[in-house]
Design a protein around this ligand. Structure first.
Ligand SMILES: [Zn+2]
Ligand SMILES: [Zn+2]
Length: 268
């Protein structure tokens, strides 16, 4: 089976179309489960241009439960959320989320402290000397905190700092850090997503790279699939490439989530 667990809605203010159209693309592509995982709201405000406001969360929940009912015979609709890891500012978020009936939560890092490193406006800053090493290092520190928290099911777009083609000076040093993250993630029953949106970005590569995915395999980390759709026709985009990548790294199964419980399913 195939799942697409990384799908946004118009509520985040930077996605087009209506949720029905996303479900329709999933059905046309033979996807078994489509999971919505919009950007989480932040009670005291964070990155507010790119996410729903807290009082819209009720609509988000209702959109998904209505879709689940409406398309029940054709595709399984899942209730997820993409939650940023922002050190020191997570309590206010989880106060609201802990009581929700999510199928899964994706943990993502889009900021290294104040630096929105994956925002196209940040490209100039990336060119400055020493920035790439610093950003990658801090990025992995934050991802490690995120997986250690035990609050999440899926690691979102794991090597996102490569988006504009910038890498740390030594990937070997970084790999040690990655193995540490993956072993903690494995201990917390998490999966890593193969996120095909990287193919639509300057780096033209799935997140994570084959090299990193092989490290995940070595740590027995489960995988799942996500398109990071912000438009209806992006659902399941390039999933054949994702399946090939998974197989190249030695994977035969992907992971689905139901009420936050992982289940391995044969790929395809
Ligand atoms: Zn987005
Ligand atoms: Zn993201």
């Amino acid at each position: 089976m195939l799942v697409d667990y990384h799908v946004h809605t118009f509520l985040c203010k930077h996605a087009t179309g209506v949720p029905d159209e996303y479900v329709d693309t999933a059905i046309r592509n033979g996807i078994s489960e489509i999971g919505f995982s919009d950007h989480c709201p932040w009670p005291s405000g964070f990155d507010s241009k790119y996410r729903m406001i807290p009082c819209e969360f009720n609509s988000y929940r209702k959109i998904i439960s209505d879709l689940k009912e409406k398309y029940r015979e054709y595709v399984n609709v899942k209730f997820g959320l993409e939650v940023d890891w922002v050190p020191g500012r997570m309590d206010e978020v989880f106060q609201n989320l802990d009581s929700e009936d999510f199928d899964y939560l994706i943990g993502s890092v889009h900021y290294t402290d104040e630096f929105p490193f994956d925002n196209p406006d940040s490209i100039g800053k990336w060119e400055e000397k020493g920035v790439a090493d610093k950003v990658w290092h801090r990025y992995f520190e934050l991802v490690l905190q995120m997986v250690q928290s035990g609050k999440f099911n899926i690691i979102g777009h794991f090597d996102l700092p490569k988006k504009f083609g910038h890498y740390p000076a030594s990937m070997d040093k970084v790999n040690k850090f990655i193995l540490e993250i993956f072993s903690v993630a494995f201990g917390n029953n998490m999966a890593i997503e193969l996120n095909t949106s990287g193919l639509r970005k300057p780096v033209r590569e799935i997140y994570p790279s084959l090299e990193i995915l092989k490290l995940a395999r070595k740590c027995n980390l489960m995988i799942t699939l996500g398109s990071d759709s912000h438009a209806p026709d992006e659902v399941a985009a390039n999933f054949a490439d994702a399946v090939n990548l998974a197989k190249s790294a030695g994977y035969t199964h992907i992971c689905s989530f139901d009420k936050r419980m992982p289940k391995l399913q044969a790929i395809g």
